[in-house]
Design a protein around this ligand. Structure first.
Ligand code: ADP
Ligand code: MG
Length: 296
């Protein structure tokens, strides 16, 4: 017997480097009318580096800021966390053990390091009991974000002691994938990100995306997906992080990026781009459309 079209499409997708979890998923992908792409780890390589360390006040020096941040970030799998730890290690700093670690998807981490409360995360985050730091923090954040970088604030015992500027590179083939997805679905993909608007807009411009929603928490990504689906769209979410898992689950279809992808994203998504190339996403949508024409 010849293989049913959806099964041979799954085999084909596998050869392209996408693990499609079922025939139902293989069929649904071709019906997608709108694609929502995550930024960090999806449109970017997800291997950012800390490009600058700004010290605020006199509590810690540059290495002190970095060492505290690295200790709190050590248990985290977030790409920003990996970047902070990498620079601390590169500089040979001692990374003290963290206690009571917790991570807040969408904003950052918190831990006790050497008896001090250390928080690392997005400006305006930090949770209860942290000082805003006023203009000094706002100015540092503004300059970092103005350079198209992600600003990450480090708080020690509630006081902002530094701002890190984190930079990531756009993935090879991102622009082409955006273009191909636009052609296949009839609408330009949108960018959904937890990162700041300026970093998001800059990246969007580089890859040909015109609609950007920035500063989103995981539940805001879900709300965006629901809004479009309520308007009759069939949304494909492409993401990699723990923060993307709820949106991957809520959408008509979800694809997780394989390499940087968190376990939760890989489990939640309908398909996994195991080869970790964005070009495979439009390829699998095209395969689904071809298989649907053969099924009837
Ligand atoms: P994206 O949607 O672009 O993948 P996330 O939702 O994972 O981004 O994170 C949103 C923002 O929250 C990041 O840009 C960063 O500023 C901050 N953030 C998240 N996790 C961490 C962390 N472990 N350390 C520092 N900052 C973090
Ligand atoms: Mg991400």
């Amino acid at each position: 017997a010849t293989m049913p079209p959806l099964l041979s499409a799954i085999a084909n997708a596998g050869r392209h480097g996408v693990l499609v979890k079922s025939a139902v998923v293989m069929e649904r992908l071709g019906g997608v009318t709108r694609v929502a792409l995550d930024k960090t780890g999806t449109l970017t390589e997800g291997a950012p580096r800390v490009a600058e360390v700004r010290v605020l006040g006199a509590v810690c020096g540059e290495d002190g800021v970095l060492a505290a941040a690295a200790a709190a970030e050590y248990p985290s799998e977030h790409p920003v966390a990996r970047a902070v730890v990498a620079l601390a290690e590169e500089r040979g700093l001692r990374i003290d053990p963290a206690e009571d670690f917790s991570s807040e998807p969408g904003w950052g981490v918190r831990a006790v390091v050497g008896g001090r409360d250390v928080r690392v995360g997005r400006p305006g985050g930090g949770g209860a009991g942290v000082a805003s730091g006023g203009e000094r923090v706002a100015d540092a954040v503004d300059e970092v974000e103005g350079a198209g970088r992600t600003a990450v604030v480090v708080w020690v015992d509630g006081v902002p002691v530094g701002v890190l500027g984190v930079a990531d590179r756009v993935r090879a083939g991102a622009g082409e994938a955006v273009e191909a997805l636009g052609r296949l679905t009839g609408s330009v993909p949108v960018l959904l990100t937890g990162d700041n608007a300026r970093a998001a807009e800059r990246l969007a411009g580089e890859v040909g995306i015109t609609e950007v929603r920035a500063g989103l928490l995981p539940q805001d990504k879900v709300a965006a997906v629901r809004e479009w689906e309520a308007a009759g769209e069939k949304v494909l979410v492409v993401g990699d992080g723990v923060n993307d898992a709820p949106a991957l689950a809520a959408a008509h279809s979800g694809i997780a990026m394989g390499r940087a992808g968190s376990d939760l994203a890989l489990e939640t998504a309908d398909a996994v781009a195991v080869r970790d190339e964005l070009a495979t996403v439009p390829a699998v949508v095209a395969l689904s459309r071809r298989a649907r024409r053969l099924v009837v």
